[in-house]
Design a protein around this ligand. Structure first.
Ligand code: NDP
Ligand code: 2IT
Length: 451
């Protein structure tokens, strides 16, 4: 960056911090994007004079609401719900719903901001949004989950619609929760439409949506490795998380000849030096989704594996790493450990799992590093394809969808190369993704004038 840009950048970030006090995750996400965008727009007067970055960094709207529900003991519980509609310049707001006690306005604003660039990168017409609640699904009965979802949708429904805003799942929101919310939306509006994605196959869901995020993150990883004439065959992989994204990433690594050594949850990680093969993964999926169990129980089932309570897996030696749990789960020191142990590529299945220091460690080491907004876009991309199928009122075949997912991930990789190629064989994928995503949204905003 030129000196003048440094001054502008610092002033811009001071403004973001001042306007969003205590919203550390949101400020972090904006800074990661702004670091690259200031360079890119240096000689592009229109983006400056029209204040595009300033406008993208202010959500179109943040809706916050009360969600009351009754637990199995008859006690009244009160939660907070949100929908952050960040930007709809290139399509209806689109993005997941997260149910987790850590959810707050900062977390959802960061996710909606990231989603805006991610969705643009897919090449599909989708704007960026995110929502959720600080509701904790852990330990709740199925009926409690149902009552909460119904109450949440009873307020949310007035803010969404198939051409307005189309939510989906995220942490704590899977097929079961989408089913309850879709049922309630349909009941309130008397309308059967593609208002949510990630639906069951029986009522408008798309094949391969559950697999798409994890598979996509591995396709992106394979594309990065291919630029170094390498592939996943025989490579060891360290993965965090044991939910939707982590288990499907692990599955695809195995299919492409790699060996997955770890999975985790908020209690710690398991290390299985023999590799977590398909049979073991099927057990994990069933254990986590149907029994709502903990990953620690893996070691009672499979000998040779160890559980590391309260720890993350980044010190385990590996060729490739995929953080697939949550934000800020891979910090500077973890990034240094991975680089020191010879890890050659990192693909973010989660959103913003690497903190700013970690991102700079990977960039400085010039390893292959795919940011979430590029690597995990396969999920929302297939959500976009689910919207198309709903509009067309015709489901597509698995083969068609698999091919489309692959093509979309190749396309994102290509866009990152276009804007992130630093010459000398190094691609800054963070920069590539930020600029490619920004440019599409920014150019649409320019066309609309000052709105
Ligand atoms: P799930 O709810 O299916 O799984 C989440 C996993 O992450 C669980 O293993 C959970 O452990 C762990 N986890 C969640 N919060 C924390 C935390 N604070 N500390 C440690 N571990 C935690 O969610 P998904 O797999 O769908 O989402 C994982 C990540 O991928 C998120 O960042 C999400 O935003 C991102 N993502 C998801 C997409 C999707 O299509 N689902 C698309 C793109 C990105 P525990 O069971 O102990 O809570
Ligand atoms: O972070 C994400 O991209 C998601 N949780 C999926 C969003 C979607 O609309 O499918």
């Amino acid at each position: 960056m030129a000196i003048a840009d440094h001054v502008d950048f610092n002033r811009f970030m001071e403004g973001v911090k001042r306007r969003n006090p205590h919203q550390t995750e949101f400020v972090q996400a904006v800074q990661e994007v702004a670091e690259d965008i200031f360079d890119f727009i240096e000689d592009k007067e229109e983006y400056h004079s029209e204040q595009i970055l300033r406008r993208i960094s202010e959500p179109d709207r943040v809706v916050s609401f009360r969600v009351c529900w009754e637990d199995d003991n008859g006690s009244i519980r009160v939660q907070r719900g949100w929908r952050v509609q960040n930007n709809n310049a290139i399509g209806p707001y689109k993005g997941g719903l997260r149910f987790h006690p850590s959810v707050n306005e900062s977390v959802l604003k960061f996710l909606a901001f990231e989603q805006t660039f991610k969705n643009a990168l897919t090449g599909l017409p989708m704007g960026g949004g995110k929502g959720g609640s600080n509701f904790n699904p852990k330990g709740k009965s199925t009926r409690e989950i149902m009552r909460f979802c119904q109450s949440f949708m009873t307020e949310l429904y007035r803010h969404i619609g198939p051409d307005t805003d189309v939510p989906a799942g995220d942490i704590g929101v899977g097929a079961r929760e989408i089913g309850y919310m879709f049922g309630q939306y349909k009941r309130i509006t008397n309308e059967f439409s593609g208002v949510l994605t990630g639906k069951g196959l029986e009522f408008g869901g798309s094949l391969i949506r559950p697999e798409a995020t994890g598979y996509g993150a591995v396709y992106f990883l394979a594309d990065m490795l291919a630029t170094k004439d390498a592939d996943l065959s025989g490579k060891t992989a360290v993965i965090s998380g044991s939910g939707n994204v982590a288990t499907h990433a692990a599955e695809k690594i195995g299919q492409l000849g790699g060996k997955v050594l770890t999975l985790s949850d908020s209690g710690g990680f398991i290390h299985d030096p023999d590799g977590i093969d398909q049979e073991k993964l099927d057990w994990v999926k069933h254990h986590k989704t149907h029994r709502r169990g903990r990953i620690s129980e893996y070691v009672d089932e499979f000998s040779g594996a160890t559980f590391h309570e309260g720890k993350r897996p980044w010190n385990v030696e590996c060729d490739v790493a995929l953080p697939c749990a949550t934000q800020n789960e891979l910090m500077g020191e973890d990034a240094r450990a991975l680089v020191k142990n010879g890890c050659m590529a990192v693909s973010e299945g989660a959103n913003m799992p690497t903190d700013l220091e970690g991102v700079h460690v990977f960039k400085d080491a010039k390893i292959l590093f795919a940011p979430g907004k590029a690597a995990n876009a396969g999920g929302v991309a297939v959500s976009g394809l689910e919207m198309s199928q709903n509009s067309e009122r015709r489901p597509w075949s698995e083969d068609e969808l698999q091919k489309m997912l692959r093509d979309i991930m190749h396309g994102i990789h290509q866009r990152c190369l276009t804007y992130g190629d630093h010459g000398g064989g190094y691609t800054d994928y963070v920069k590539g993704a930020n600029i490619a995503g920004f440019k599409k949204v920014a150019d649409a905003m320019l066309a609309f004038g000052v709105v």
